[in-house]
Design a protein around this ligand. Structure first.
Ligand code: NAD
Length: 469
């Protein structure tokens, strides 16, 4: 069985804590062995990143841009292997894994091209005031299991682009693609610039509390984000927290169900629904409710569920057993409370964590499936008659990552979208992220943004030069 290594100071490093199994969610077979780092090895990784920071913080813009483009070239050259690893440990169909690798390349190049501006606030005969952006130091990146490669890239690239160094800790459920990514980065990067330290016992919390780490960028669940925030208090680490959501989509009565169904389905079930900003609660006007339910069921019926490496498969398994059990529990709870299961709705016999695309109708707020983030292949469809009531219900949650309005009247939809309490509101779409648009949540979906100029600035602090001429 293949054993992966840690990457510390540019060296593949054997773990001091042994190995643990990484499972294939489609078969439950072991894919490979992931290293369990010791806390001392975390310290070594932080020291290596600190040593590299001494020089990297002074690297030129041109040097950083070139490195990111070189990394993008190396990711492209290894795209087939990375996509294969993603399918094997994460479960998504191959075409989606290829999309993830393509996205990683595109985001790396887009980040390379961002600028580190110097703002001039005053330039008079007697005084000049400049605002420079300085890197922070060592950045700790902690990532989840749904889009593991993409999210690692989202954290690592802006950190190094702005002059920081990185210690990365991927989820123990999908660590292999990130280990491989960091190996690839180390083919072209100076030693210690990007390190990877895996392990599920004490590594994430150790990073959170580590005095040598200046910032944590975390993508994952809200409860873990809260724990990280507490741990980060001791040395006042900067934080970017991209946490859970429960995105509502509101479908206005002027929507053509036949036209909208495909887009709604794809953005709700993207990555088997395991996407932070997927559509997770659908509010549909009574006048088109039944027709839209039917059209969505037609799209669901076309999905081919199976092992993501098999030809023609469009729908993979849920990534892990705990998530599968949660999805099943939420559907059973809805069923027990009188909901109508339009399609799917039951566990599949045999190996693998398969759950078919599931549409649940005649369900409403107050039911667990509507109130909680399902993070899996099930969509509750809620009927409304009054738009003001629908907006109120969409906002009646303590999270606020994304939201959407579906309508043929763009002006009206835009006006309603502006009233949704969330970081991004889409019109006739959902879950689309752009490398130039700030992405992040409000309320308990976290704070700070990623992407674009605003995202890059989160890896810096301002230094004012106040020059008396
Ligand atoms: P999770 O919070 O369980 O784990 C995320 C990461 O945190 C993993 O690497 C895990 O090992 C680590 N971790 C766990 N406990 C820790 C601790 N005490 N200290 C430090 N690190 C710790 O999340 P998950 O189950 O992997 O991911 C699913 C969740 O992530 C969902 O809620 C989803 O909405 C959210 N998510 C959000 C975004 C976003 O951009 N807002 C993107 C993807 C996923």
């Amino acid at each position: 069985m293949k054993e992966y290594s840690l990457m510390i100071n540019g060296q593949k490093t054997a773990p001091q804590g042994g190995f643990f199994d990484v499972l294939n969610p489609a078969t439950e077979a072991v894919v490979a062995l992931c290293p369990q780092a010791s806390v001392e090895q975390l310290d070594e990784a932080v020291s290596a990143a600190q040593a590299c920071y001494e020089s990297w913080q002074h690297s030129s813009d041109a040097e950083r841009k070139k490195l990111l483009h070189d990394i993008a070239d190396r990711i492209e050259a290894n795209a087939a292997e990375l996509a294969q690893i993603i399918v094997e440990e994460q479960g998504k169909p191959l075409f989606l894994a290829q999309m993830e690798v393509g996205g990683a390349v595109a985001w790396t190049r887009a980040t390379a091209e961002l600028e580190m501006p110097v703002d001039i606030l005053e330039d008079s005969d007697t005084k000049r005031v400049e605002v420079h952006r300085k890197p922070l130091g060592v950045v700790g990146s902690i990532t989840p299991w749904n889009w593991p490669l993409m999210i690692a890239v989202w954290h690592i690239m802006p950190a190094i682009r702005s002059g920081n160094t990185v210690v990365s800790k991927p989820s123990g459920l999908t660590p292999l693609n990130t280990i491989r990514l960091v190996e690839i980065i180390n083919e072209v990067a100076p030693p210690g610039l990007v390190n990877v330290v895996t392990g599920e016992t004490g590594i994430g919390s150790g990073m959170t509390k580590h005095p040598g780490i200046r910032k944590i960028v975390f993508t994952g669940s809200t409860p873990t984000g809260q724990t990280i925030m507490r741990g980060a208090a001791d040395n006042l680490k900067r934080l970017t927290l991209e946490l859970g959501g429960n995105d509502a989509g509101i479908v206005l009565p002027d929507t053509d169900p036949a036209k909208a169904a495909e887009g709604i389905f794809q953005t709700a079930f993207l990555n088997m629904g395991q996407t932070c900003a997927a559509l997770k609660r659908l509010y549909v006007h009574d006048s088109i409710y039944e027709e839209l339910c039917e059209k969505l069921a037609d799209v669901a019926a076309k999905q081919v569920m199976g092992n993501g490496l098999d030809e023609g498969v469009t729908f993979g398994p849920v990534q892990n057993r705990a998530q599968l059990n949660l999805v099943n529990e939420l559907v059973e709870d809805a069923r027990a409370n009188g909901a109508r299961i339009i399609c799917g709705g039951s566990l599949v016999d045999g190996a693998g964590y398969f759950y078919p695309p599931t549409l649940v109708a005649d369900v409403t707020d107050g039911c667990r499936l509507v109130d909680e983030e399902q993070f899996g292949p099930v969509l509750p469809i809620i009927r409304y008659t009054d738009i003001e009531d629908a907006i109120k219900r969409a906002n009646a949650t303590d999270v606020g990552l994304g939201g959407s309005v579906w309508s043929s009247d763009i002006a009206k939809a835009t006006q309603i979208a502006g009233r949704l309490e969330c970081g991004t509101a889409w019109i006739n779409g959902h879950a689309e992220l752009l490398p130039y648009a700030p992405f992040g949540g409000c309320k308990m979906s976290g704070f700070g943004v990623e992407f674009g100029q605003e995202g890059l600035m989160e890896y810096t602090s301002a230094q004012v030069l106040n020059i008396n001429k």
